[in-house]
Design a protein around this ligand. Sequence first.
Ligand code: DGL
Length: 281
Amino acid sequence: MYFWHMSAAPIGIFDSGYGGLTVFRSIAAQLPQYDYIYLGDNARAPYGNRSFDTVHQYTLECVQWFFKMGCPLVILACNTASAKALRTIQQRDLPTLAPGKRVLGVIRPTAEVIGNYSNSKVVGVLGTKGTVTSGSYEIEINKFFPEVRVHQQACPMWVPLAENGEYASPGADYFVQKYLNELLAAAPGLDTILLACTHYPLLADKIKQYLPAGIKVVAQGEIVANSLTDYLHRHPEIETAISRHGQQHFYTTDDTSDFDLHATNFFGRQVASQHLALGGV
Ligand code: DGL
């Protein structure tokens, strides 16, 4: 394992498992000049049904590892971790642990723009149980778009379908229809659906297949990449602390051959991961 303790180091990208790779893919396409370390906490995934305390504890442990690797900036490319751990990490942990470093999530950048996609101002948010029960999307979207009505729907079976490579199989159809029908029944006039879980883009084709015409399906990858580009322009003190060799390193807390096999579906190309043994794993 290489530790970056020079003046510049990679951006850390974190997810409970593979989902963050859909966001990393867009970030790497837009900002290929930087170095990145991706960490999937596959050994403890999914996070979606876990308590606030557990998600905070797991996420913080991973963030501290990124800091040990030298990363000046960590992106929580996971809605569940962004909803349940980010605020505590930013407000309580960072000031004592690493005051010069930054941790950003995926909810705020998405909330800042999602209202622009909708004409009817009725938006559906599909996420894990943890993201939905946190209420984070409704709160954040209404800060930027008070006129937008947000309908949330938890889709607890979708992460296992994506993680197990079953997202295109006939078995996925039942659960795709089930959650979409529940959302559509509760949200008349809805014209925009946000995939508020970084795993869900793999199910996008099936989701579109079961939606009435005219409903937009929005994934977060490009939104988060645009927001990061803008953030780095506004924060030269962070930007200059990021190394620039165009390198990408992948770590998983679980089996590397399994990770490499499934990661291709999310990242769009072959990756070779290394194993990370975290204290509590
Ligand atoms: N990819 C995560 C998200 O965006 C959820 C996966 C999980 O449940 O661990 O919410």
